[in-house]
Design a protein around this ligand. Structure first.
Ligand code: BG6
Length: 486
């Protein structure tokens, strides 16, 4: 056998809110992403400040049609360029393409009885285009783009009604695309509720009297998402038993700084928290420790009759995850150099290089994560995000030599191959992002991830033209040889 199994699903990933643009076209409603402001004056490594959206920010955003300071409103105009982009993915030999459906294209405010036909038609056209190109779609139902209505008219996902609205949305999508899409993910990085609650569950922390109350609301919202995910999974199986449903988490492996048992315990605590979400979505129940923590903190997480059974019965078929970095914990954290970044903050790992945005690059951590997840759950795994954000420069002749990106992927693919050799079942790999798009955390275009360059800058200046980077041909060769030629 080769390094990667036959039928390995190679491809790339994007999210609707970061690439589609056309934020107010064809009946689309306003999502939380449409009010995310570009903050050039805030440190790009300060992920808390970059993500933060206050009530005043929302109010200001709703008063303007501006797209320059709200870059997710314009994205890379995938809405009008999808045919050209899919042709490039086909040229690279993609077997799969991960994308998301913008809930607000289907139900503009989330609460309507009838879906918006123009939105449904758009995704039908995209899926048909993918099928024509022999590319299997992998579709996320909710990727940081919930209807803003739930924030301005309630407590986001902390309001129970959102569960029914989401399930109705999922049902419409499953029915409409039942012959076009087989692989589905319910919520992108469901664990990110604590890192940026506004974007994920529509919780505005300023609306709560204390940090503790906001934390309780986030747990409520999380519970509702977990129930909604299980109910959607149940429906999916009724609508098409061939569907494969996955959960999606951020894999954030934390290492102890030393063999001091105190360091080890701190790292264990972080890793335990990172497993909470998959424990529920794969094993079907909350671990005992979290119930104890809720009770110690005086949290009341309302369990409706039947919730526990729903979680138990409708677990996922596979586990998908994003992987960008690893973390370090230390009892001496206050005396150590820190790193920032989108996903977490912690102690700097002296053995690892760090990207311009403060992300610690750790290819071996990917192997360790794959082994860790497989040993814990024995479910097929799918890496659905991994990649390097870099401010690529175009040479005078129009070429882009992104050798650093090739090196990044090479080192990560070698580690996936080693995990497979160690007996781990890996279904596929979709790079983040296969084409440049607007960054989720910083709303920059200059944080580029693609094999395909998009000629737009942070202020939406440029032609929007697509160009192949050096990594384009390299990835094409990797896919053509099923990972033998790295
Ligand atoms: C993941 C998200 O957390 O990281 C993506 O699912 C995001 O939406 C990716 O784009 C990279 O983060 P950023 O902030 O560099 O775009």
């Amino acid at each position: 056998m080769g390094k990667f199994p036959a039928g390995f699903l190679w491809g790339g990933a994007v999210a609707a809110n970061q690439c589609e643009g056309a934020w107010n076209v064809d009946g689309k409603g306003v999502s939380v992403a449409d009010v995310a402001r570009f903050k050039p004056d805030v440190d790009k490594k300060d992920y808390v400040a970059q993500w933060h959206t206050s009530p005043a920010d929302i109010e200001a955003a709703l008063k303007t049609e501006n797209e320059v300071y709200y870059p997710k409103r314009h994205g890379i105009d995938f809405y009008h360029h999808y045919k050209e982009d899919i042709a490039l993915f086909q040229e690279m030999g993609f077997k799969t393409f991960r994308m998301s459906i913008a809930w607000t294209r289907i139900f503009p405010n989330g609460i309507e009885e009838q879906p918006n036909e123009k939105g449904l038609q758009f995704y039908e056209d995209v899926f048909k285009e993918l099928r024509k190109a022999h590319i299997e779609p992998l579709v996320t139902l909710s990727h940081y783009e919930m209807p803003l209505y739930f924030v301005t008219h309630g407590e986001g996902w902390a309001s129970r009604e959102v569960v029914d609205h989401f399930v109705r949305y999922a049902e419409v999508c499953f029915n409409r695309y039942k012959d076009l899409v087989k692989y589905w993910l319910t919520f992108n990085e469901i664990d990110s509720v604590f890192r940026h609650p506004f974007t994920t569950v529509g919780i505005v922390e300023e609306n709560y009297p204390s940090k503790l109350k906001a934390e309780e609301a986030i747990y409520k919202a999380l519970h509702h998402q977990l129930v909604a995910s299980a109910l959607a999974t149940k429906l999916a199986r009724q609508i098409n038993p061939q569907f494969q449903i996955g959960c999606m988490v951020t894999k954030t492996m934390t290492y102890p700084e030393t063999c001091n048992p105190k360091d080890i315990y701190l790292a264990q605590k972080d890793n335990r928290m990172n497993s909470l979400y998959t424990d529920v979505q794969v094993r079907g129940e909350y671990p005992r420790w979290i119930k104890k923590e809720w009770s110690d903190k005086g949290f009341e997480i309302p369990m409706a009759a039947g919730d526990e059974e729903i979680l138990k019965l409708h677990t996922v078929d596979f586990i998908s995850f994003s992987y960008y970095m690893s973390m370090v914990q230390s009892v001496h954290a206050d005396q150590r150099e820190k790193v920032g970044g989108n996903l977490a903050t912690g102690v700097k790992n002296p053995y690892l290089p760090t990207s311009e945005w403060g992300w610690q690059i750790d290819p071996e951590g990917l192997k360790i994560s794959l082994i860790d997840l497989y040993d814990r759950y024995q479910k097929p795994l799918w890496i659905v995000e991994n990649g390097l954000g870099y401010n690529d420069q175009v040479n005078p002749d129009g070429t882009i030599d992104d050798d650093y990106r090739i090196e990044y992927f090479q080192s990560h693919f070698e580690q996936i191959a080693e995990a497979i050799a160690d007996g781990v079942e890996v279904m596929g790999y979709t790079s983040w992002a296969c084409i440049d798009l607007v960054s989720a955390s910083t709303s920059q275009m200059s944080k580029r991830y693609g094999f395909i360059y998009v000629d737009l800058d942070d202020y939406n200046q440029g032609s929007g033209a697509r160009r192949k980077k050096k990594s384009f041909d390299w990835y094409k060769q990797v896919i053509a040889t099923n990972g033998e030629d790295l």
